[in-house]
Each structure stands twice: as C-alpha cells, then as structure tokens.
Design a binder for this molecule. Structure first.
Ligand code: NDP
Ligand code: OXD
Length: 321
C-alpha cells in the first residue's frame, strides 16, 4: 500500500530555509513517501495525508480532503491559525531542544547586555573614552519573563542560575523552584511592578495581541538599578505596539528595548526603530532552528501517528497556542 503524500507549503526565508532545501530534506527523511513542494510539484489533493507548512497562503490547506495532520515548521502557530478555512485536524508545532537552547542564548545575551551596560561601553570605545561606570551585581536586577512555556521556563532557569532575581507570568499558575511565579490577569500588575527587565516569550493570540503597550510599560518597576525599565521581545511582533515603545523610550517610561520581532517583517527601512539610540534590532533570528532537526522531528511525528501513538506538541485551537 502506498504511503499518503506529504505536501510542503513553505514561504522561503534564509538560504537554509529555501523551499527546495526542505523538499530534499523531507525526501531523505521520509523514504517511500511522495513529498510534493507546492505550488511547483503536481500532486492529487486526495492523496495528501500530511502537510508541513511555514506561513502557508490562507485557504490552501482546505484543498486536501483526507488531511490527517498539519506540521508547523516553527514554534509559533499564529500565522497558521489566522486561516479561517484551516482544516479541523491536529496542528503540531515545533518544541525542540535545539530551538530552546538558541532562544535561551538570545535572552541571556540581551539581558546581560542591558545589565552590563554594554551599549554604553560600545559607545565609549568608539570615542576612545576610558570611563568605567558603577556596575551592580546580577542579584540587583529583577527579570520578569512573560510566558513560562517551553522557551520561557528554560530562559528563566538559566537567568536565575546566573544570579538574577527572576519571575515569570503565565496563564495558569505554576510552581518552579527559584522562580517567582505569577499567573492570569490578576497576577500581571504585581509581576510588572517587580520587574526591571521584561522579557516577552508569549505566543501571539487574541488575548496577548498588543500586550506590550503603554499601559504595560507604565506598570513596570521604576526603582531599579538600570535607571528605567527595559524590554526584550522575542515572541511575535503583534505582541508589541511600536508607536507606544517609541513614545515610552522618548518620555523615559522605558530606558531601552531589544526587539527581534516586529509588527511588519522585514522591518521597513523607514522605521525609526532602526536608528533609535536605545533600541537593539535583530532580524527575527533569536532562535533560528536547525531545519535538519525539524524535518527529523516531523518524520518522527508521522511515524508515531502511523504507529498508533499520539502526536506530540499539538496546539490547543481554543487557547490559540
Ligand atoms: P509555549 O506554548 O510552550 O508557552 C507559551 C507560554 O505563554 C505558556 O507559559 C502560556 O501559559 C503563556 N501564555 C499564553 N497565553 C497567555 C496569556 N493570555 N496570559 C499569560 N500567559 C500566557 O510556547 P513556547 O515557549 O514554545 O514559544 C513561545 C513563543 O515564542 C512562540 O509562540 C513564538 O511566537 C515565539 N518564538 C519566537 C522565535 C524567534 O525566533 N523570535 C522562535 C520560536 C518561538 P501556560 O503555561 O499557562 O499555558
Ligand atoms: C518561530 C520559530 O516560531 O522560528 O518564530 O520557530
């Protein structure tokens, strides 16, 4: 009996994410299965059992009448769930140690950058200016992580190990040794009130859209050693209101921001964020995952499904993540 086809609907990214590269990987990783890269390859829609996608055009997945599962090639599924005709089959997202470690590197790098006043030191070097500033210890800084899922929890634990005072905020209450945990709407204000560096690792959902706004910034701690609160957003651009970030930087509500994700990507050339002296911009590469690891993960999920085992990391359509 022939195996059901795997359709690939992948919007290109860097060279390593080129759709043709994904086709090669899946052909190697799924021997004996027809792998069709759409729209280039021809495939009978009735033969398609699985789809592996990255930002697929809305409406395309509804064309497969016998689809059994959709595999999103990243951790965040907001782009897929935005399709109103998305078939009601399990949607699996990526949760992978390689991705988690990369995100923790990013968060640690940027929290340390703000804590160790690295932007000031870079500028001093440019001016050949030898002027060390008072440097406080990590335990003087309160880091607050929005989202204590796969990524947020790992970053929180590493930052706590370095010595920061770390708290996290999630939808449901949690107990994590060494991390002060807050949850739900009622937990948000007290979480923000004790936070000097706010790291956002939330998914983009109806509830979280625009959460990084003027109101949130105004609730952050104002008595910290950094001279003002700092934000680091590596979740999704839709979580932040860029107009409010710029206004908050300019009126002193925020001291600095590191942004990996943006309302519009690529960040338009004319965005004032590019050249703002207190903004660090990175091009949505906080946790570029190894595509070989992802294609192996998808092949393993298909094998589990066909072996009668449950798929892992299935998205809850109700909560949106
Ligand atoms: P998870 O689903 O494992 O964790 C999500 C966390 O957010 C959970 O702790 C969840 O709470 C919390 N959460 C969700 N909604 C709310 C809410 N309304 N209020 C409070 N907390 C909420 O996701 P991951 O950790 O794997 O990934 C997080 C996001 O990171 C992805 O969705 C993606 O957008 C982004 N990402 C960005 C990358 C980049 O390169 N910039 C790379 C990979 C991911 P609870 O635990 O109670 O469910
Ligand atoms: C993402 C990813 O969701 O790269 O951004 O996994």
């Amino acid at each position: 009996m022939s195996k059901g086809a795997l359709a690939l609907l992948i919007s290109g990214g860097t060279e390593n994410w080129a759709p043709e590269r994904w086709r090669e990987r899946f052909r190697r990783g799924c021997p004996g299965r027809r792998v069709a890269l759409l729209p280039d390859d021809r495939v009978d829609p009735a033969e398609v059992r699985y789809a592996a996608v990255w930002k697929p055009p809305p409406g395309r997945l509804a064309a497969f009448p016998h689809l059994q599962a959709i595999f999103n090639l990243g951790a965040g599924v907001d782009a897929v769930l935005g399709d109103p005709s998305l078939p009601a089959v399990p949607l699996v997202r990526v949760a992978d140690d390689d991705l988690t470690r990369r995100m923790t590197e990013y968060v640690t790098l940027h929290v340390l950058m703000h804590h160790r006043q690295q932007r000031y030191l870079d500028e001093a070097q440019r001016q050949a200016f030898w002027a060390p500033k008072l440097q406080w210890a990590a335990d003087a800084v309160r880091v607050g992580i929005m989202g204590l899922g796969v990524l947020g929890r790992d970053a929180a634990e590493v930052l706590a190990r370095i010595g920061f005072r770390v708290a996290g905020w999630s939808r449901r209450a949690k107990v994590i040794p060494g991390i002060e945990c807050f949850a739900g709407e009622a937990g948000l204000a007290p979480f923000l009130a004790r936070t000097d560096i706010l790291v956002c690792l939330l998914p983009l959902t109806e509830e979280t859209r625009g959460i990084l706004d003027q109101r949130t910034f105004s609730l952050l701690a104002r008595d910290g050693v950094l001279g003002g609160p700092v934000i680091v957003n590596a979740g999704r651009g839709g979580l932040q209101v860029e107009r409010d970030i710029l206004a908050a930087l300019d009126d002193g509500t925020l001291a600095a921001a590191t942004l990996d994700v943006f309302e519009t990507e690529p960040l338009p050339m004319e965005s004032p964020l590019w050249s703002h002296p207190r903004v660090t911009v990175t091009p949505h590469n906080a946790a570029d995952t190894d595509p070989d690891a992802i294609s192996t993960y998808v092949a393993r999920q298909i094998a589990r499904h066909e072996g009668g085992l449950p798929l892992e990391n299935v998205v809850d359509r109700h909560t949106g993540y």
